[in-house]
Design a protein around this ligand. Structure first.
Ligand SMILES: Nc1ncnc2c1ncn2[C@@H]1O[C@H](COP(=O)(O)OP(=O)(O)OP(=O)(O)O)[C@@H](O)[C@H]1O
Ligand SMILES: [Mg+2]
Length: 512
């Protein structure tokens, strides 16, 4: 008994001696900085000569910040925590590490801040690891062409401005005309896909964020969504890092051959935040008082969205950044920057919105530069001449407004155009499946809808899903899996559409 104890004690002593021998004893120098001044979320720090750019710093009262810019006399530290109790003279330490965000499956279904701190009242996140929020974009050699579609469920977008996985498409328009709604609909539509969605709200009012979260949780697939929020009351530093953290969270899935959709709501507020920090840190202001590097910041961010090559696993990140315009002015500084960085833009128009056309997409100036090739064949064939027909109708409508009696051919064109417009308007948060989209456009193009009064089109659309599932289930399945129909199924599909149009027309006659 005693000898066993002695042996164990001896072993322990030997180990302790060994670690003592290895330990480097002697004086250790710790760098401690000092707050020179603080205000508006930015602190000026002196006395941290070996601090690196973007390094996290901790104030002695617990708040965190990061090194935004360095010069020979000190450091500008942008706070990511509220700064109420920090004063000049407080001490600060560098952490030796850059900003990191948590990544992993533990984030799915959660509402978090850019550091992964829960905002939904749930348990702390259990991340797989912490990755730097700033990561270089994949090089050209690791990228592939955009070949797979992203179904947004918004008919006008899928038919005329189709998106592909790995694309960056800007959603741009004046305030309160449905930008967020369009992006949220695209997220809800992923209920029928395998995509992971990251929605990042920057500088938004809590009520708006709440509405977006409720819509995603009630109608989408929240178990595949991450919501990152840095609201309008958050320090500018936290708002600034939010989109970078969101990309880092999405990259985790992209690296594992999965597909992610990142909605950034919105980059105008992010740019304003960047400008605020730049002015506070005394960077020279440029056009519209933005610092010269704002283009670089946004380009570097959005370049991280990519379709990876097969050798890299074939994952993708699709980005839907949102930007706000002032009185429809697309040629302001930030809108032009973002338009040139992205692969296309969906422009929303305030006049259309207030006339009741929702989503208020302006087909004349919207464009999708890469996704068209990925569009499902059935949809591409059905929608082939639609854009031209619609554009012609809009012009004709404008001309005939000035009076004059149009001839019968023009009248027919006007009637068809009004039906196209009615087909494209869609209630929010009710994204369509591919089969419904093909059905709506095929019915429109083959004249089936001409027999229906305009105000019955919503009824036609609302009951189309059930009708197709009942009468053309095989065709629906083939459309969803292959994106096209072979001949016998196409006939079955057409017959189901014709039958459905008859049923709706008969019901319409019954009601005054
Ligand atoms: N397709 C639609 N059908 C019905 N209502 C819609 C539709 N799209 C948007 N709306 C309504 O319009 C209002 C503004 O929409 P939303 O918040 O999406 O606009 P926004 O451009 O993101 O606004 P903000 O500039 O404030 O961010 C909301 O009340 C929304 O419900
Ligand atoms: Mg919005």
């Amino acid at each position: 008994m005693t000898s066993g104890f002695d042996a164990r004690a001896g072993e322990w002593l030997a180990r302790a001696r060994e670690s003592l021998d290895k330990a480097k004893l002697g004086p250790r120098a710790d760098e401690i900085g000092r707050v020179e001044r603080i205000g508006d979320g930015v602190a000026r720090i002196s006395g941290l000569p070996s601090l690196q750019l973007d390094e996290i710093m901790q104030f002695d009262k617990g708040a965190l910040g990061f090194a935004h810019s360095l010069d020979e006399n000190g450091v500008n530290c942008v706070l990511v925590d509220p700064a109420e109790n920090i004063e000049a003279g407080d001490s600060v330490r560098g952490s030796g590490d850059v900003l990191r965000a948590p990544v992993g499956r533990g984030l799915l279904g959660r509402v978090v801040d850019p550091f992964g701190r829960p905002l939904d009242g749930g348990a702390p996140i259990e991340p797989e690891r912490y990755d730097p929020i700033d990561r270089p974009a994949p090089p050209i050699i690791d990228r592939d062409f955009v070949t797979q579609p992203v179904q947004t469920g918004v008919l006008i977008v899928d038919a005329l401005f189709a998106l592909g996985r790995g694309q960056r498409e800007l959603i741009i328009g004046d305030r309160a005309i449905g930008k967020t709604t369009l992006a949220i609909d695209a997220i809800i539509s992923q209920k029928n896909s395998d995509m992971i969605c990251v929605y990042v709200a920057i500088g938004q009012k809590s009520s708006g964020v709440r509405r977006a979260i409720d819509a995603i949780f009630a109608r989408g697939a929240p178990e595949r969504c991450i919501v990152v929020v840095a609201g309008s009351a958050s320090p500018p530093g936290l708002q600034w890092i939010a989109p970078f953290a969101a990309f880092t969270m999405a990259e985790y899935f992209c690296d594992r051959s999965q597909h992610a959709l990142v909605v950034i709501d919105d980059l105008t507020k992010h740019a304003a935040c960047h400008r605020e920090i730049a002015l506070l840190t005394r960077q020279p202001p440029g056009r519209e008082a933005y610092p010269g590097d704002i283009f670089y910041v946004h380009a570097r961010l959005l370049e991280r969205s990519a379709k990876l090559s097969q050798a890299k696993g074939g994952g993708s990140i699709t980005a839907l950044p949102i930007a706000e315009t002032d009185a429809g002015n697309l040629s302001a500084y930030i809108p032009t920057n973002l338009i040139s960085i992205t692969d296309g833009q969906i422009v929303l128009d305030a006049r259309l919105f207030h006339e009741g056309q929702k989503p208020a997409v302006d087909v004349g100036v919207s464009v999708s530069r890469v996704g068209g090739k990925t569009q499902a064949r059935a949809l591409r064939e059905a929608a082939a001449s639609l854009r031209l027909d619609y554009a012609q109708f809009l012009e004709l409508e404008m001309f005939t407004r000035f009076g004059g009696m149009p001839d019968s051919r023009v009248r027919a064109q006007l009637a068809r155009g009004a039906r196209i417009r009615a087909t494209f308007s869609q209630t929010r948060h009710e994204p369509l499946r591919l089969a419904e989209e093909v059905g709506m456009i095929a019915a429109l193009q083959s004249g089936l809808l001409d027999a229906l009064p305009l105000d019955k089109l919503p009824a036609f659309r609302a009951s189309l899903r059930d009708a197709l599932d009942r009468d053309a289930a095989k065709a629906v399945a083939q459309l969803e899996s292959a994106g096209a129909l072979d001949r016998p199924l196409a006939e079955e599909f057409k017959a189901a559409l014709a039958h459905h149009a008859q049923v709706v027309a008969a019901k319409t006659k019954g009601t005054p």
